[in-house]
Design a protein around this ligand. Structure first.
Ligand code: 5GP
Length: 214
């Protein structure tokens, strides 16, 4: 009898996280990425100015409008959107490669990006929406970040209702009462979604092998 292989080959999934700015999504995403070796971040391109704490190539690829437009025209983006006057886009190539190798990819995109990814990648997408517990908590977090001007904070608060209205398109919705619990919830979603039969490309072979040995 052959010794069993302890993992079954699977196709990677696309974990799409959205929320209004300031709901804590970036903190949750960073924690999940740090704690789970099977998932990596999709690093978007943006024309937004870099914040002091951000690193080019790690948080985003910061590019000018001309570069972004050229890339868009060359169909380099799987999806792109205009958010608060800046362009944001997800490049196509790294995603396909990761999914094929059974690696999951995390996307921190707005509701428009989530919608495009759902349309284009359907079954590969698992979408999670993060809501703040109160409107006050949202504003506090935006102000505490202190990396954006008052004007930017005000615009992001105004944009929050647009983003929140997309909540019912998502597979899972978390209310971020407590970051630790939210991170745990995302781990639970990942654990269950990774077990989906449709992602387990190695299952057919495994079962056939099992049957021949009976
Ligand atoms: P921020 O400027 O705070 O980093 O991001 C603003 C918004 O743009 C957030 O809701 C974030 O999820 C979204 N965003 C970041 N990268 C992308 C992207 O590649 N595509 C889309 N559609 N939205 C993005």
């Amino acid at each position: 009898m052959s010794s069993p292989k302890e993992t079954i080959d699977r196709r990677g999934l696309m974990l799409v996280l959205s929320s209004p700015s300031g709901a804590g999504k970036t903190t949750i995403a960073r924690r999940v990425l740090a704690e789970d070796p099977e998932i990596t971040a999709s690093i978007s391109h943006t024309t937004r100015p870099r914040r002091p704490s951000e690193v080019d190539g790690k948080d985003y690829h910061f590019v000018d409008k001309q570069t972004f437009t050229q890339m868009r025209d060359q169909k380099a983006f799987l999806e792109w959107a205009l958010v608060f006057d800046n362009f944001y886009g997800t490049t196509r190539a790294p995603v396909a490669e990761s999914l094929k190798r059974g690696r999951d990819v995390l996307f921190d995109v707005d509701w428009q990006g989530a919608e495009s990814l759902r349309t284009q990648a359907g079954q590969d997408v698992v979408s999670v929406f993060v809501l703040p517990p109160t409107a006050g908590a949202l504003e506090e977090r935006l102000k505490a970040r202190a990396q954006d001007s008052d004007n930017v904070v005000a615009r992001r608060m105004a944009g929050a209702s647009n983003e929140i209205r997309a909540w019912d398109k998502y597979d899972y919705v978390l209310i971020n009462f407590d970051v630790d619990k939210s991170v745990e919830a995302v781990h639970a979603v990942l654990a269950a979604e990774r077990l989906k039969r449709s992602r387990l490309t190695g299952l057919q072979g495994f079962v056939e092998g099992l049957l021949t040995e009976l």
